[in-house]
Write a protein that binds this ligand. Structure first.
Ligand code: PEP
Ligand code: MG
Length: 317
């Protein structure tokens, strides 16, 4: 079975009714980019950069980060590499850093953590910008919830560019900047966020956690962690539809994107950009090749409009 899947590597992901789908890979470490390239990924949709910072005593400096980002960019040979800025805090903590927040998932994580540590954020942004000379880099900001965070993040990027200008270091000037949609507030009031960014990427792992008030790391409430909850599906639909209206790319990079049980549902929600673990990519592509996007869209719309339980068997072939 794996052998026949391998034949799909260079086959474009197009539905039976001709909708072109982009399939990117999620990676946590630079070495994993090779697996993404080998699976025929269209790019890296999510590089979880925090893994460079975890499990060690000291922070990686600008040069070390630059080398790591540049390796991924070179491995992908001109395909887009989406580097997410540090998403530390909550379930991902730095060694030696005591977590003091009573509820770390609602505390100072990700962009909140970075904006509170301007030097750490600037170091990472300069390293990402420098890596952009080797290919096509995009910056992705995690856990955005407020427009003032958007403005602060852009100001930090502008300041990192000025630092490099002052040093005479090169970087691509056309780097796209996007944000994760993982706080329900953003998925609900999405228009200004769509406008502010070049693209958005839905982090369903956190979006489900925050929408359903279910700790994604707590096994006691695991059974309630439900990607099919009508509220979750409405938030995903709202985000995808807003992207389509504005002519901007909206992808899903949470675990839902790599679950073949959910591929037809996501196509039915109008999703055209998926990002997942490299090992899931060809299985998802096989589902896409056998799907009729417009038929799925009609069926999913009917269920969503009633806010009914999503019954996946309705979407079967
Ligand atoms: C997500 O929240 O869905 C996501 C992709 O980010 P992470 O799993 O790293 O929080
Ligand atoms: Mg997340």
């Amino acid at each position: 079975e794996r052998a026949d899947l391998a034949t799909l590597k260079d086959v474009p992901a197009i539905t039976l009714d001709g909708v072109e789908i982009t399939l990117c890979a999620n990676i946590e470490l630079p070495e994993e980019a090779q697996a993404a390239a080998d699976a025929g990924a269209d790019g890296i949709g999510l590089f979880r950069s925090e893994f460079l910072f975890m499990g060690r005593d000291t922070l990686p400096d600008e040069d070390e980060q630059y080398e790591a980002y540049a390796l991924v960019v070179r491995t992908m040979g001109g395909k887009t590499v989406t580097i997410r800025t540090l998403d530390i805090g909550a379930d991902k903590t730095l060694d030696g850093e005591a977590t003091v927040a009573t509820n770390p998932a609602l505390g100072q994580r990700a962009i909140r953590y970075c904006l509170a540590r301007p030097e750490l954020f600037a170091t990472q942004l300069r390293a990402i910008l420098r890596a952009s000379v080797h290919g096509k880099v995009q910056i992705l900001i995690p856990m955005i919830a407020h427009l003032r965070e958007v403005r602060a993040a852009y100001a930090a990027i502008a300041s990192a560019r000025r630092d490099l200008d002052a040093r005479g270091e090169a970087y691509a000037t056309n780097i796209e900047v996007g944000a994760m949609v993982e706080v329900p507030a953003v998925a609900i009031a999405i228009e200004p966020f769509i406008e502010a960014f070049d693209f958005l990427s839905i982090g369903t792992n956190d979006l489900i956690q925050y929408t359903l008030a279910i700790d994604r790391t707590d096994p006691d409430v695991d059974a309630l962690y439900d990607p099919l909850h009508p509220a979750v599906l409405r938030l995903i639909a709202n985000s995808i539809n807003a992207g389509a209206r504005a002519g901007k790319r909206v992808s899903v990079c949470g675990e839902m994107a790599g679950d073949t049980e959910l591929t037809r549902l996501l196509l039915g929600l109008g999703l055209t950009h998926f990002s997942m673990h490299p090992t899931q990519l060809l299985d998802v592509k096989r589902e896409i090749l056998a799907a009729h996007s417009n038929a799925l869209r009609a069926k999913v719309a009917t269920v969503l409009n009633r806010a009914a339980e999503m019954d996946l068997t309705l979407l079967n072939r």
